[in-house]
Design a protein. Structure first.
Length: 256
């Protein structure tokens, strides 16, 4: 006997759903039975993820949206509500991961990293939580980064933004637990996505991705589906007693 993820239909929003981790999360939530709104800066990649879901028998729409643009967030959430129903699952995954030495980081670059990684997450929560309150149920998963836990050479702005996402997560969990809304964070480490390959190609990962396998306890590189599986668990009905947590999905690279 299988236990379904939800006792009633659910609508999920996944930001950055056109690529890498967000694409895997979108596909997984759809496979579990949610109708998924795939949000991405790149409308074409969002459309491709949505088409893959529909081809597999699921329900999805694509929404072109810059998470740093509050007007676009408002419009995208309203479109989701009109086309799929009230969103009660929110995965804040869109992110940018620049590598820049601390003394060379401009105010513009700092502001852009914060606008996408932190303010985008903050504002999506502000826009979607009222839908969750109305339904008396909600699941938010914020994709942070292991760099928030360990620091990351050449990524002070990025790791600061991702650490702030963990603080935001814990505070929201305290404020909205009584409304049936759980809020958790997943800080991934070393997941094989286009972003990780860009870092490797830019020489940011030493001699490359595979060089890090011997120092990873599970002896492999993480895959987007590893994050999707953890995320799917946190979104289920029966994860209702799990909130304010930071669930590392990192092959044991960061423990504790
Ligand atoms: P990815 O393959 O580059 O995917 C990120 C997606 O987010 C892309 O589709 C990107 O669109 C989109 N995006 C970027 N800026 C956006 C914006 N302003 N508005 C809407 N969408 C935007 O990266 P990923 O590795 O899957 O990363 C996903 C998340 O995991 C990020 O938050 C990242 O920080 C986090 N993370 C990843 C790893 C890892 O090892 N891969 C480790 C720690 C944390 P474009 O392609 O058009 O730019």
């Amino acid at each position: 006997m299988t236990v379904s993820a939800w006792t009633q239909p659910r609508v999920a929003i996944v930001t950055g759903g056109g690529s890498g981790i967000g694409e895997a999360i979108s596909r997984r939530l759809a496979a579990d039975g949610a109708a998924v709104a795939v949000f991405d800066l790149n409308g074409q990649s969002a459309a491709e993820t949505a088409a893959t879901i529909e081809d597999a028998g699921g329900t999805a729409i694509a929404v072109a949206c810059d998470v740093a643009d509050r007007g676009a967030i408002d419009a995208g959430v309203a479109e989701t509500s009109d086309k799929l129903g009230s969103p009660t699952i929110l995965i804040n995954n869109a992110g940018i991961t620049p590598f820049e030495r601390f003394l060379e980081i401009s105010r513009e670059s700092f502001d852009q990293v914060m606008a996408v990684n932190l303010r985008g997450t903050f504002e999506f929560c502000q826009v979607v939580i009222p839908h969750m309150i109305e339904e008396g149920w909600g699941r938010i998963v914020n994709i942070s980064s292991s760099s928030a836990q360990t620091g990351s050479f050449g990524q002070t702005h990025y790791s600061a933004s991702k650490a702030a996402v963990i603080g935001l997560t814990k505070s929201l969990a305290q404020e909205f637990g009584r409304k049936g809304i759980t809020v958790n964070a997943i800080p991934p480490s070393f997941i094989e996505t286009p972003s990780l390959h860009r870092a490797a190609d830019g020489g940011q990962l030493g001699d490359g991705i595979d060089q890090h396998i011997p120092t990873t306890p599970v002896r492999r590189v993480g895959q987007p589906d590893d994050i999707a599986a953890a995320c799917a668990y946190l979104c289920r009905d029966d994860a209702s007693y799990v909130t304010g947590q930071t669930l590392g999905v990192n092959g044991g690279r960061v423990i504790g």
